[in-house]
Design a protein around this ligand. Structure first.
Ligand code: NDP
Length: 331
């Protein structure tokens, strides 16, 4: 059995030495009420970065020298729990281990015949729910409006744009490479895309792509990209503060444009969003996502990295934009 522990709290950008691999030569056997799980897919997500620090946040920090955990799809390989049978697949917040014992609490069964198993970590999982609930609950989209989303070619962003298109909005995406920008239009149906790495004047490029201004900003990245969006927001516009990956590795608070004047003069709303606060709405959101997926009104892409030993690298690669769509590790 292999396990990945948090060795150090990363200073700035995480490095391989922040993680420790431990190998144990043991046979795990479930006791009464327990089940044995073999890890199949591991989700790596930007929010794990904040759990690696000891700053107070909405979820507790990981403990040093303890296993890191995240969304995992696993196979039940032995069961002494009446609710689970050998051969079934489950999804839950599980340790970065190749094999583990679980009580079965807070595990959700997933069906590989209904959707590929990895989809339960993305479009039919946390990132799909984030896209749908952030957009609908805070963005309150209205057909004909213009939405811009940053981190547009990522797991959340690519779904936000497609949902907005399904709801009749004009959609612009901001992403980090020309390939990603091309994909926004060709695969995900966005109306326009901006490459923030090659743009020489992102504020002007947003204005050009959105001649009627921005009504909804779904913000996944924060920082200078978000500052540029502010200059283009409309009266009564809404900003969903979903994430701020551009500052997660900063050791000092970055200087930013002051948002208040933009909000005041536009009667504009800016609201933070944490998907777990909307748990009551998960069933209806899941149903809508699954319906759109089955009807071909939603699609997704994944970057699948192979091998347990590559979990930390896959996580670190999120901050380099190496993924398109959901970053997944296949064990
Ligand atoms: P993504 O699939 O979007 O992966 C991260 C992407 O961020 C990269 O591919 C990269 O794309 C982009 N990125 C990395 N560094 C920077 C940077 N310095 N400036 C701009 N873009 C950068 O991840 P997720 O879809 O899982 O998450 C997206 C955001 O949503 C994150 O901020 C995350 O924390 C947040 N989130 C929030 C949740 C909530 O409940 N509030 C739940 C889930 C996610 P590129 O090549 O375009 O730079």
């Amino acid at each position: 059995i292999q396990t990945i522990l948090l060795k150090n709290r990363p200073k700035g950008t995480p490095t391989p030495s922040d993680f420790e691999f431990v190998k144990e030569d043991i046979n795990l056997t479930p006791k009464e009420g327990e089940l044995l799980l073999d890890t199949v897919y591991v989700s790596v997500d930007p929010y794990l970065r904040s759990r690696m620090s000891d700053a107070k946040s909405y979820i507790p920090s990981f403990e040093l020298n303890k296993p890191i955990h995240s969304g995992v799809v696993a196979k039940v390989t032995a069961s002494k729990n009446d609710n689970f049978k050998e051969g079934e697949f489950v999804m839950g917040m599980l340790d970065w281990k190749t094999q583990q014992i679980s009580s079965g609490k807070e595990l959700m069964k997933v069906d590989g015949d209904k959707a590929p198993l990895s989809a339960y970590l993305g479009i039919l999982g946390m990132t799909g729910l984030t896209a749908y609930l952030g957009l609908t609950q805070i963005g309150k989209p209205v057909a004909g409006e213009t939405l811009i989303v940053s981190g547009a070619a990522g797991a959340v962003g690519s779904v936000v744009g497609q949902i907005a298109k399904n709801l009749g909005l004009n959609v612009i995406g901001i992403a980090g490479t020309d390939e990603k920008v091309a994909l926004l239009k060709s695969k995900f149906g966005f109306d326009a895309g901006i490459n923030y790495n090659t743009s020489t004047d992102i504020r002007a490029d947003i204005a050009k792509a959105a001649p009627n201004g921005i009504d909804i900003y779904f913000d996944n990245v924060g920082g200078p990209i978000s500052d540029a969006v502010l200059f283009n927001i409309n009266k009564f516009s809404r900003t969903i503060n979903c994430g701020a990956i551009s500052v997660y590795n900063e050791t000092e608070l970055p200087q930013s444009v002051s948002v208040q004047p933009f909000l005041v003069k536009n009667s504009s709303l800016m609201q933070g969003f944490i998907v777990s606060d909307y748990e009551k709405k998960f069933p209806e959101a899941m149903q809508q996502l699954a319906e759109w997926l089955a009807a071909g009104k939603l699609t997704y892409t994944e970057t699948v990295v192979e091998g347990f030993e590559n979990i930390p690298k896959a996580f670190m690669d999120l901050f380099e934009g190496k993924n398109t769509g959901k970053m997944i590790v296949k064990i």
